[in-house]
Write a protein that binds this ligand. Structure first.
Ligand SMILES: [Zn+2]
Length: 307
């Protein structure tokens, strides 16, 4: 059993300001928790390559990519919006973050790894075809899914998203793609407050209300996601792994625990073993309490490793 951990030093240099919750220390908190849990040395550590322009253009508008590239600052900051901010390292970090997911797909497709976790930032799931927002510039998981669909063996890709927030970008990018199945859970109402699919066989959105926690999450995803995954039989699982629905997260009004992330990941590992030769590539999205983030991500990775 080989689980890859993919990251890049540039991802820690992207910095949106001292008081921004999406901060460089998040990646270190995950690494520290892996050491603490005694599993850091059991992972295959990989450096993320830079995403190519062609890989980005499968999901993003050319003019939008040009817009980001032309505004990326050489010094100081540039605000895409008031909470989605570029510093001189952001473009490189965003390219490595998207490249990490592409690399993860290649590792699991070639059999060099059974599954992979991308410890990356900036996150991606709010980024739409031609619009970055919500701390996201490039949609990392979407770039990975589009890359996977280039391969002949891959007919269908599943994207699971258990971040506190709805992955509006991922849904927008793949709303008309019959080869992509999306299973998502999120607090509603909450950011980004945009319309989402409600009666789709292919885009399964589970909403949770403020105050709901483990039992609500587990029952609802078991009822909605698992039958959909069984019926679609995807060939590859991708996960938008946001840990901000944890009860201690400053942005969360949900009450998930690290054990819930262990549980859902374990169930997904079983389903992937049955339908997708175990192939899972997971990537970090949200999670803003450093301690809760570390414990949750370590639990998620431990389940990927079947420990
Ligand atoms: Zn989030």
């Amino acid at each position: 059993m080989t689980t890859a951990l993919i990251s890049h030093p540039a991802c820690s240099r992207h910095d949106m300001g001292r008081f921004h919750p999406e901060r460089p220390a998040r990646l270190g908190a995950v690494n520290d928790a892996l050491i603490e849990a005694g599993i850091a040395d059991l992972l295959m550590h990989c450096q993320a390559p830079r995403v190519t322009r062609q890989q980005l253009e499968r999901v993003h508008d050319k003019a939008y990519i040009d817009y980001l590239e032309s505004h990326a600052p050489l010094a100081g900051n540039w605000e895409l919006d008031h909470e989605t901010i570029m510093n001189p390292f952001t473009l490189e970090a965003a390219r490595r973050a998207a490249g990490a997911v592409v690399h993860g797909v290649e590792l699991v497709m070639s059999g060099r790894a059974d599954n992979a976790f991308c410890n990356i930032r900036p996150p991606g799931h709010h980024a739409e075809h031609d619009l970055g927002m919500g701390f996201c510039f490039f949609n990392n998981v979407a770039v990975g899914a589009a890359h996977a669909l280039q391969q002949e063996q891959i007919r269908k890709v599943l994207i699971v998203d258990f971040d506190l927030h709805h992955g509006n970008g991922t849904e927008e990018i793949f709303q008309d793609s019959p080869q992509v199945i999306i299973c998502s859970s999120f607090q509603h109402p909450n950011y980004p407050d945009k319309p989402f699919a409600r009666d789709s066989q292919r885009i399964i959105n589970v909403t949770l209300q403020a105050g709901e926690g483990s039992i609500d999450f587990r029952n609802r995803v078991a009822d909605s996601w698992f039958p959909a995954i069984e019926s679609h039989q995807p060939d590859l699982f991708l996960i938008s792994a946001g840990f901000d629905a944890h009860g201690n997260d400053p942005l969360s009004e949900l009450r998930l625990t690290a054990e819930d992330y262990y549980w859902i990941t374990g169930r997904l590992v079983e389903l992937a073993d049955r339908h997708a030769q175990g192939r899972i590539v997971s990537c970090l999205e949200g999670g803003y309490d450093l301690k809760a983030l570390g414990l949750s991500a370590a639990a998620h990775i431990r389940a990927l490793m079947k420990l």
